[in-house]
Structures are given as structure tokens and as C-alpha cells.
Write a protein of this length. Structure first.
Length: 272
């Protein structure tokens, strides 16, 4: 029996640390996948700090069906679910790890996803309970790691890769965010967070650098307004980068065998 028979491919978007733009990347990637005509959804797996309701411009609560399933909220053509839809935005989530893991599983399994080709999961930063729960109990098709070129971010991105490698989740590639900044006044390009870090990480592990995204004010303003760049301005150069990333992910997923929902590795902690 499949765990999520109504979802064909699950894509985990991860980062080793916060502040690298992972959630913004997740929602724009999901929208880019949807632009190809594929039925696409996004799950906000950050139980402590859900951000997708704001990014999608959603304030409504999901409907509970007769079968006690949550209907996903549809925004900009995406099916979406987040703990943020179920709680007041000022309510702090003071839950311990096991409760958070259980909440994630419920959001995944108790949502009535409608025949999705792709479900993008926006993971919280780090390599903790939520990431391990996902890797152990959910048939993840592949992971995408988001980093900035900064050495500090790359250190944590490596940890994210090693975690997925240990639990046998294929990593589809690296997305380098904030790769450079172009001055809106003079056009000068400056690599504020360093340069070449994403490519170096990809080369180290034999991965693909799926794309390099610049630091751009419009990404921030559009996301804050609830209209992410890919849907607000599809012809923007950055929107086209997201479309190129989506095309690469679709190709990579089509070339690999689908994971079995009943065959998951156990996580073993060893002292090396």
C-alpha cells in the first residue's frame, strides 16, 4: 500500500541553515513546475515558523471533509497545506520534537491532495526531527539543496547533503541563491556573499548546479505581497531561471526509478 497514492513525486527543498531564501525558492520552484502544466502542490513543513501562507497570500482555513481529511488551499494554481492555516499567526509552536514529527505526518497524510504530479516540501533549516521523519517514513523522490555562496552556508549545506546521502534520498542538485547583486542605480554587479560556492559544492559531490539566483529586491517585495515572482512577472529573467531549474528537475525525476513506499533505510547513529 502506498503512503501517498495521490502524489507521484515528492521533492524536498532543504538547506543546512536559515536565511538562505529556501522558502522563497520553494514557492517559486513549485509555481515554475505548475507552469509546465503539471498538477503541483506545496507543503510547508516548517512547523515552528510557517511562511507559505504569507508567501501565497492566503488567510483562509482549510475545510475538513466528511472523511476527516483536510482540503488543500489552492493559491495561484498550487495546492497547498501549512500548519499556518490552522493556527493564529501570533501563536507560538512550543512543541517538542516527537509532536512536530507527528504534525508533519498528519499534514502530509491527512491532506486530500488531488492527483499531484509534484509535491514540493519546504523543509525547515537544519537536519533535525522533521528532516529525519520525512526521510524515514515518506517516499521522497529527490531533494534539492539551497545555499548561498558564503562559506558558512556551504558548511551547513554539506551537512544537509550528507544527511540525505545516509538515508538514501537522491539529491537532484544545488540551487545557489543570492549569487550576486546588481545595483539598480548603476548596474554594477557585486558578489556580496562570495562567488562560486554553489558550483564548488556541486563539483565536490558530483551534483548539478541547477541554477544561480541573484539577490533582487523584487523577489522580496512580490513574495511579501503574496504574489511570488514567477506568477507576478513570468517574463522576469529570474522567473526564467526558475523555469529552467524546474525543467532540469523534471528531467532528472523522469530518469530515475520511483522509490518504494515500503522500503526505507533505518537511520543508524555511529561514532566515527
Amino acid at each position: 500500500m502506498q503512503i501517498l497514492p495521490q502524489v507521484k513525486n515528492i521533492i524536498a527543498v532543504a538547506s543546512g541553515k536559515g536565511g538562505v531564501g529556501k522558502s522563497t525558492t520553494s514557492v517559486n520552484l513549485a509555481l515554475a513546475l505548475a507552469k509546465t502544466g503539471a498538477r503541483t502542490g506545496i507543503l510547508d513543513a516548517d512547523i515552528y515558523g510557517p511562511s507559505q501562507p504569507t508567501m501565497l497570500g492566503v488567510q483562509e482555513k482549510p475545510i475538513l471533509t466528511d472523511k476527516k481529511m483536510l482540503q488543500p488551499i489552492v493559491a495561484h494554481g498550487l495546492q497547498s497545506m501549512s500548519i499556518g492555516y490552522l493556527i493564529d499567526e501570533k501563536t507560538p509552536m512550543v512543541w517538542r520534537g516527537p509532536m512536530v514529527s507527528m504534525a508533519l505526518q498528519q499534514l502530509l497524510k491527512d491532506t486530500q491532495w488531488d492527483n499531484l504530479e509534484y509535491l514540493v516540501i519546504d523543509l525547515p533549516p537544519g537536519t533535525g526531527d522533521i528532516q529525519l521523519t520525512l526521510a524515514q517514513k515518506i517516499p521522497v523522490s529527490g531533494a534539492v539543496i539551497v545555499t548561498t555562496p558564503q562559506d558558512l552556508a556551504l558548511l551547513d549545506a554539506r551537512r544537509a547533503y550528507e544527511m540525505f546521502h545516509k538515508v538514501q534520498v537522491p539529491v537532484l542538485g544545488i540551487i545557489e541563491n543570492m549569487s550576486m547583486h546588481r545595483c539598480s542605480a548603476c548596474g554594477h554587479i557585486e558578489p556580496i556573499f562570495g562567488e562560486g560556492g554553489g558550483q564548488k559544492l556541486a563539483d565536490q559531490y558530483g551534483l548539478t548546479l541547477l541554477g544561480a539566483l541573484p539577490l533582487d529586491q523584487q523577489i522580496r517585495t512580490d513574495t511579501d505581497s503574496g504574489f511570488p515572482l514567477v506568477v507576478k512577472d513570468p517574463e522576469h529573467p529570474i522567473s526564467k531561471i526558475f523555469s529552467e531549474i524546474a525543467d532540469q528537475i523534471i528531467t532528472k525525476l523522469s530518469l530515475q526509478s520511483r522509490p518504494s513506499s515500503g522500503n526505507f533505510p533505518d537511520i543508524v547513529i555511529q561514532n566515527d
